[in-house]
Design a protein. Structure first.
Lengths: 135, 196
């Protein structure tokens, strides 16, 4: 039997190791890794998720503030932007929840909130266009 | 076990990829034992790029969660994350060889802000010596006293599976399973948990 030319020796050994680890029973694998190590991995993952969300939020906020300060007004294709936003929200329930929670809290409709998000996206779009023009 | 994704970053149509929601649901459903399995995989990959297993696993999970790496439909969450770890290991090793900034020296302060290191610590510098060549040396050392395992490695690296591999190693199905387990334990012992 000939080996797959696309895979080198190390990749095949990697696949062997992963395959064997995946086939280990729960009891077997848990005897190799301590509870403390597992808890540490879970804790760090939760921390990283928070950090990633916070970083993303701050980035968007800074961009919006910057654009508001510049006073730039750019018209966008409203229908296209709305469709794009709805597509993004459809694929990301967490983001959808965060972006529409304000509307629910204020007893407003999700549609109204989408309009607000679109205004912010228009400003982000202006920022992107300005950056492109400077290049 | 499915093949790992060679390029989890792209090259696929959107329709071929799982949604971020699906990936998050799958990651959230990982059990304690699954997390232990991922840590064992991280122990295998991390020394090769001079990273700590916990750092490597955290980075892989975070990228999967954030959608920075996309998962092909039909690929399990475990294989997906294993593929990211392998990919990150390769990238990190290449970056170090090229003398560029390490990508994975990420730490988190009390406010959970990511703090990216610019320099390679002495510990990382030592660990980064464990590159591909060193991995092969460790593999050779692990099986030096066992002819059966030498045949097993040779067969695996020649792409053999199932009956062909059994015949090549000279064992039956049960014997092959035992030899595979023995090899996994030998290899894992070459990269002990000191780094976790």
């Amino acid at each position: 039997m000939t080996s797959d030319p696309k895979k080198d020796r190390l990749a095949l050994i990697d696949e062997f190791m992963i395959s064997e680890i995946l086939s280990m029973s729960d009891a077997e694998v848990l005897s190799d890794v301590s509870d403390a190590e597992i808890e540490e991995a879970q804790r760090r993952f939760e921390q990283a998720k928070l950090a990633a969300g916070r970083q993303r939020f701050e980035q968007i906020k800074r961009q919006i503030q910057k654009e508001r300060a510049s006073g730039t007004v750019v018209s966008i294709d409203h229908a296209k932007a709305r469709a794009e936003l709805m597509r993004i929200l459809a694929h990301d329930s967490e983001l959808r929840g965060k972006l529409t929670i304000a509307a629910r809290n204020l007893d407003g409709s999700v549609d109204e909130d989408v309009e607000g998000i679109l205004e912010d996206l228009a400003e982000l779009d202006a920022d992107t266009n300005n950056s492109d023009e400077k290049k | 076990v499915q093949d790992l994704p060679d390029d989890p970053d792209g090259g696929d149509d959107e329709a071929d990829l799982s949604s971020i929601d699906d990936v998050r649901t799958a990651i959230s459903a990982l059990s304690q034992a699954d997390m232990a399995r991922l840590l064992k995989m991280a122990r295998w990959f991390a020394p090769r790029c001079g990273e700590l297993p916990q750092d490597l696993l955290q980075e892989a999970l975070t990228r999967a969660w954030a959608g920075q790496r996309r998962c092909r439909r039909g690929t399990s969450a475990m294989n997906f994350i294993a593929g990211i770890m392998r990919s990150l290991t390769s990238q990190e090793l290449e970056a170090r060889r090229a003398g560029t900034r390490p990508e994975l020296v990420a730490e988190y302060d009390d406010q959970a802000r990511s703090v990216w290191g610019e320099a390679v610590s002495p510990e990382h510098a030592v660990l980064s010596r464990i590159d591909d060549g060193a991995v092969f040396q460790e593999v050779d050392a692990a099986i030096a006293d066992d002819e059966q395992l030498q045949f097993l490695i040779e067969g695996l690296c020649d792409g053999m599976r199932g009956k062909a591999l059994e015949e090549f190693v000279g064992v039956d199905t049960k014997g092959l399973a035992a030899a595979r387990k023995k090899l996994q334990r030998r290899l894992a012992a070459r990269f002990p948990e000191r780094n976790v």
